[in-house]
Design a protein around this ligand. Structure first.
Ligand code: AP5
Length: 217
């Protein structure tokens, strides 16, 4: 199964993708996570991406398309879930070309729809594990021990782009450049919209129901 999960920053894409990956055995292809790994590893791509990410702007399409096309071409036959990509109409068009070249197709496009006023609280309260990438929230999804990852006990950190100023810019960027991607897919096929304002568990059960139906389970 190959899935795209769309949604504004903080809609819960990463949270739901991790659950989908666990349940269906897919590969999680998160453009944000791949970029953050490149930054942590000090690669050329990481260095080029840094200033865009820290200011809430999009990293240039050519860098992203090459990075994600490579990840897709190396993905297992069981499938993948795309998180944070495509984020511009140009990226969506390039994804179509890359999939066609690989003889692959997308089975479902899910849009997690959320109101802006919920987003700020979600993002400023987000904490993540720098070791395994697990994501928590100081109020909504607390770790068992304060400030420590449930899986490996590592101290949780706040992402540098989760400050109120950068979140505001990320939302502007989303409405200008990424929301048109939803329109692109609506014109070319079907987009399943889920209410991302619900609890993480309620969204997961709707999402699993949708994916089970697609998989014929
Ligand atoms: P990226 O890492 O992709 O960030 P994003 O899209 O802004 O999404 P987030 O990771 O912030 O949010 P999310 O929707 O995954 O929410 P989460 O599940 O964590 O991109 C970062 C940067 O990289 C970009 O700004 C850009 O510079 C660059 N970039 C990446 N991809 C690019 C591309 N394709 N092109 C160009 N540039 C690119 O949840 C958020 C919080 O809410 C968590 O604390 C979570 O615990 C909590 N939460 C989740 N669900 C719920 C719920 N239902 N109820 C209550 N709380 C919840």
């Amino acid at each position: 199964m190959r899935i795209i999960i769309l949604g504004a920053p903080g809609a819960g894409k990463g949270t739901q993708c991790k659950r989908v990956v666990e349940k269906y055995g897919l590969q999680h292809l998160s453009s944000g996570d791949i970029l953050r790994k490149n930054r942590a590893g000090g690669t050329e791509l990481g260095k080029k991406a840094q200033s865009y990410m820290d200011s809430g702007k999009l990293v240039p399409d050519d860098l992203i398309v090459e990075m994600m096309a490579t990840a897709i071409s190396q993905s297992p036959d069981t499938g993948f879930v795309l998180d944070g990509f495509p984020r511009t109409v140009n990226q969506a068009e390039e994804l179509d070309k890359a999939l066609e070249a690989d003889g692959k197709k997308i089975d479902a496009i899910i849009n997690l729809k959320i109101e802006d006023d919920v987003i700020l609280g979600r993002m400023t309260g987000r904490r993540s594990c720098p070791k395994c990438g697990a994501v928590y929230h100081i109020k909504n999804l607390k770790p068992k021990a304060d400030g420590k990852c449930d899986k490996d006990g590592t101290g949780l950190i706040q992402r540098p782009d989760d400050t109120p100023e950068v979140v505001k810019q990320r939302l502007e960027t989303y409405y200008e450049q990424t929301e048109p991607v939803v329109g692109y897919y609506k014109n070319n096929g079907c987009v399943i919209v889920l209410d991302a304002g619900k609890s993480a568990d309620a969204i997961s059960s709707e999402l699993f129901e949708t994916l089970d139906a697609l998989a014929g389970n």
